[in-house]
Design a protein around this ligand. Structure first.
Ligand code: S3P
Length: 461
């Protein structure tokens, strides 16, 4: 599908976005192992989260969908049945990596595959800790999907994440749900904590340990409340344990989960496209409603504020342990800056659209430490640079980032999504700021996380 985008004169109005992709995956997977029914409202409409539902169904769990409300009827931790066919994770790294932790503990063998893009993404990052827990997994070239997972009894481990990855953290904790005893995951960079919050909501025994001293289990603390975690973030960033971890999560298995009613906040990573659009297009004023503002995700807002963006959060509340609020943005020019180290990890999904903003900013944008971008749905350093070149934007590409000079003129261009949802949407936003009509090929890729994107965009312009 080819989309045509004309430059916008003004964007205004209030918009509602689909449910958060990360949270939807986690709620569906955990609900499928709970005792009793779970009702999930505002479940993501994206194809990725429907790949997760398809896997859950293939494991013998009844799933009803009514609009964006998903009801999952499950039979507890041992309620899955061996699937008759391959499980298909589609384009979704979260589905394959997180489901693998659960499949590794089942009393059956399963095979999970993905599309062409997913088949090129590394799975050794989950295979290694799962093998330490006793799992037997085969992969193409010992690294890539499809995975053949010979499920069986697992034992708990104490695992330090070698890369900042919430998917790997989740995979280990999900496997730990079935292991007898304490599973610990240590992370040197605090990644999104939706898994910890969701596990607590479903009734699992999970704690966040103070990172200075883990040798005295009696000094364990419960996970901080949302408000506490907001204030403790700076401190936790500086206090590391022997292994260099700022965050240590402890889960007691085997777990028993209880079915629940849950509401998914709207996706801040989807909101990012409209935040940047509002900043770029003159006279814009947008309100984005009910967006997830979990502190491990909202570095986006802190970063935008730090470069002079007029972004405000007029309303905020806590729902199922997650913060939800409205975000308001107005057109303004922004300074630009540097994204590196922990901030890069915190903004990983937003970097393509922030790169677009960087090219329009006053001083430009430098992105460092973003080697993980090279192994997303596409090599996002390469695909951003390819589209920049088409629109005449100068960029210096480095192995783990890019240097984008500011105050550049956006020329209309024929873009390609290269099959990557976030590239499709990032360059649709760039096209709003261009000097003529642009096109985006393979625009249907946006449906992976945000099928409503094109309709919402055209309703605003
Ligand atoms: C996700 C974690 C991130 C992110 C992805 C969703 C999650 O991936 O890029 O879109 O839901 O846990 P990594 O764990 O590979 O960093």
């Amino acid at each position: 599908m080819r989309q045509t985008i004309r430059p916008a004169r003004r964007l205004s109005g209030a918009i509602a976005l689909p449910g958060d992709k990360s949270i939807s995956h986690r709620y569906a997977m955990l609900a499928s192992l709970a005792e009793g029914d779970s009702k999930i409202s505002n479940y993501s409409t994206g194809a990725d989260c429907h790949s997760t539902l398809a896997c859950v169904r293939a494991l013998g769990i009844e799933v009803e969908e009514e609009g964006t409300t998903v009801t999952i009827h499950s039979r507890g931790m041992r309620g899955w049945k061996q699937p008759e066919q391959d499980l298909d994770a589609g384009n979704s790294g979260s589905t394959i990596r997180m489901m693998s932790g659960l499949l590794a503990a089942q009393p059956f063998t399963s095979r999970i595959k993905g599309d062409e893009s997913l088949s090129r993404r590394p799975m050794d990052r989950i295979m290694k800790p799962l093998a330490q827990m006793g799992a037997k997994i085969e992969a193409r070239d010992n690294r890539f999907p499809p995975l053949v997972i010979h499920g069986g009894p697992l034992h708990p481990i104490d695992y330090t994440l070698p890369v900042p990855s919430a998917q790997v953290k989740t995979c280990v904790l999900f496997a730990g749900l079935f292991a007898e005893g304490e599973t610990r995951v240590r992370e040197a960079v605090r990644s999104r904590d939706h898994t910890e919050i969701a596990l607590r909501e479903f009734g699992a025994s999970i704690k966040s340990l103070p990172s200075r001293d883990h040798s005295h289990p009696s000094r364990d603390e419960s996970l901080p409340s949302r408000d506490e975690s907001l204030t403790s973030r700076d401190e936790s960033l500086t206090s590391r344990d022997r292994e260099g971890a700022v965050n240590v999560i402890s889960l007691e298995g085997p777990a028993k989960l209880t079915g629940r009613e849950l509401t998914v906040p709207s996706d801040l990573s989807s909101a990012a496209f409209f935040l940047v659009a509002g900043l770029l297009v003159p006279e814009s004023h947008l309100v984005i409603q009910n967006v997830g503002l979990n502190p491990t995700r909202s570095a986006l807002l802190d970063f935008l504020l730090s470069i002079g963006a007029p972004v405000a959060v007029p309303r905020i509340e806590s729902v199922n342990g997650e913060l939800i609020g409205d975000i308001e943005v107005r057109h303004a020019s922004v300074r630009g800056g540097v994204i590196e180290k922990d901030l890069t990890a915190a903004l990983i999904d937003e970097l393509p659209v922030l790169a677009v903003l960087g090219a329009a900013s006053e001083k430009g944008l430098v992105i460092r430490d973003a080697q993980e971008l090279r192994i997303k749905e596409t090599d996002r350093i390469a695909t951003v640079a390819a589209n920049f070149e088409r629109m005449g934007i100068r960029v210096e590409v480095t192995p783990a980032g890019m240097h984008i000079p500011g105050k550049q003129k956006f020329h209309a261009a024929a873009f390609d999504s290269f099959g990557d949802h976030r590239i499709a949407m990032a360059f649709a936003i760039a096209a709003l700021h261009a000097d003529g009509e642009s096109t985006i090929d393979n625009a249907e890729a946006a449906s992976v996380s945000f099928p409503e994107f094109w309709n919402i965009l055209s309703s605003l312009t």
